[in-house]
Design a protein around this ligand. Structure first.
Ligand SMILES: [Zn+2]
Length: 499
């Protein structure tokens, strides 16, 4: 009888070891990039699974050994004392041990939030910041730093910003007039679920910011807009992509102002009739923040208003992107061009499109609380656009506090069934970004001192409050999370290894 009980316990222990070894093998950290978020999660998962394995196997081994020893001494003459001691242990030790192990399995001795070792911002130290500021002080081309036309453009750009209220008021004017507020409607073709930021720039921002024969930046056309005063300095620089929904950009900025950590609900409310007006009232109750958004703060009339850029070779990828950029996504019609006589600059000291780095450096000097909001579109296109990545790089080098807003954090939850988003973000690398000109891409990447370090930090910003770290884990949730994390690790490894 004792032999049978002993052997059964040992067999159970072996089954548990074999079963959990397979799950542990899925979470093999060495298959993932060193330092990536995916690897941090895999390490956590494997440690927890090993702990679980020990907690399950230890009572089986001890009970098994006790039973086998009892079986042995039962048969040996004159060993009744050893047999009696073993019988007492066999009745008292296993229940105590099993209770302790159950508490371990339930995470009784563990912190509620998993401890993932993610690299935090500021690991670069302050040297890079001072280098950037020096770079601003000495403007390009070896010109005199005192009020050169380059610096004047940088100063003018950095003094522009708009409030969330102004952004929402503009949003209310888009589309066929949806309410009787009396505000003049612009861009009747606007559809919140189709129109991109590029569409809105062509269809609304450029026409609205035309001033007679000239043109201004949209923010300079707002009532009460003044030249550079400290009150118009932005609190937050916004990175976004023009090819994504304009709705997502507005929703992300509004969500940031409302201190939300995702923007899906805001986007849904914005798309509803009178939703924007209700949000406007909520935003007015919050402290007002000023945002720098290129579409509104750059004078489009000094650049793109009268053209779509030179036509690439027909049939190429660039051509289809160029063609999509000149058409209204909703109607398919080519946008009309602006006939203003504002001088155009695509390069040099007067150009407003090549000064993001200098502007960020200058703003950091003048606005100590400056933040960087990364408004990630629902298709995560932002991370593959070289110019958006360039902005991420700049704020990383300047140690600006970054906020990454996603449509929804649920896709990164450990319980999420679909792993596509997780795989994409947990193995993200800027090396995969694209630009229409390869030399632009290489120039942007060359500015990153250590691409790997940059990727790791970006993932830490994205997952710092998401994924495993979003919710406290209690009881058997930990075991569930560990097994799911192992599955995610295997999936991310497969995705990064490629077909
Ligand atoms: Zn114009």
């Amino acid at each position: 009888m004792y032999s049978l009980l002993g052997c059964t316990n040992l067999v159970v222990a072996v089954i548990v070891i074999v079963g959990l070894a397979r799950v542990c093998a899925a979470a093999e950290p060495s298959r993932l990039r060193a330092g990536s978020y995916a690897q941090a999660e895999a390490i956590w998962s494997r440690a927890l699974l090993r702990q679980l394995c020990a907690a399950l196997v230890l009572p089986c081994f001890i009970s098994g050994a006790l039973y086998l020893a009892e079986a042995f001494y039962e048969r040996v003459e004159g060993q009744w004392l050893a047999y009696t001691i073993l019988s007492v242990w066999d009745r008292t030790l296993p229940p105590i041990l099993e209770s302790m192990c159950l508490l371990i399995i339930c995470g009784f001795f563990q912190p509620e939030h998993p401890e993932l070792f993610l690299k935090k911002q500021n690991s670069m130290g302050n040297t890079s910041t001072s280098q950037e500021l020096d770079a601003v002080a000495s403007s390009p081309g070896g010109q005199q730093s005192s009020a050169s036309s380059w610096d004047k453009t940088v100063q003018s750009l950095s003094a522009r910003s708009l409030e969330v209220e102004e952004l929402l008021e503009f949003f209310c004017r888009l589309g066929p007039r949806r309410d009787a507020s009396g505000a003049e409607a612009v861009m009747p073709s606007y559809d919140p679920w189709l129109s991109t930021t590029s569409d809105v720039v062509r269809g609304a921002i450029i026409p609205v910011s035309r001033a007679g024969d000239c043109g201004l930046a949209f923010v300079n056309c707002l009532p009460g807009a003044t030249a550079s005063t400290s009150t118009t300095l932005p609190d937050c620089m916004v990175s976004h992509t023009w090819s994504a929904l304009f709705l997502d950009l507005v929703a992300a900025v509004v969500a940031d102002a409302l201190e939300l950590d995702e923007y899906e609900k805001v986007a849904q409310r914005l798309a509803e009739p009178r939703g924007a007006q209700k949000l406007l009232q909520e935003v007015r109750r919050k402290s007002c923040q000023r945002y720098w958004i290129c579409a509104f703060c750059v004078n489009q009339h000094a650049g793109i208003c009268n053209g779509f850029g030179s036509e690439p070779t027909p049939g190429s990828d660039q051509h289809s992107r160029w063609d999509a950029g000149r058409r209204d996504t909703v109607t398919g019609g080519v946008f009309g061009l602006c006939s203003c006589s504002e001088p155009k600059y695509f390069d040099g000291p007067m150009c407003e499109m090549n000064k993001f780095d200098d502007m960020m450096g200058l703003l950091q000097h003048r606005q100590p609380n400056l933040r960087h909001l990364v408004a990630v579109d629902r298709r995560f296109e932002l991370f593959s656009r070289a110019w958006c990545v360039a902005e991420l790089v700049q704020s990383y080098l300047s140690n600006l506090p970054q906020t990454v807003l996603l449509l929804s954090n649920r896709a990164l939850d450990v319980q999420a069934e679909c792993l596509e988003t997780y795989n994409r973000l947990a193995t993200l690398t800027v090396l995969d970004c694209k630009a229409s000109r390869e030399e632009d891409r290489l120039q942007i990447l060359a500015k990153i001192p250590d691409v790997h370090e940059f990727d790791v930090q970006l993932q830490a910003v994205i997952f710092g409050s998401r994924g495993l770290l979003r919710k406290a884990l209690a009881g058997f949730d930990r075991v569930d999370a560990a097994a799911r994390a192992a599955r995610r690790a295997a999936s991310a490894a497969a995705a990064s290894e490629g077909p």
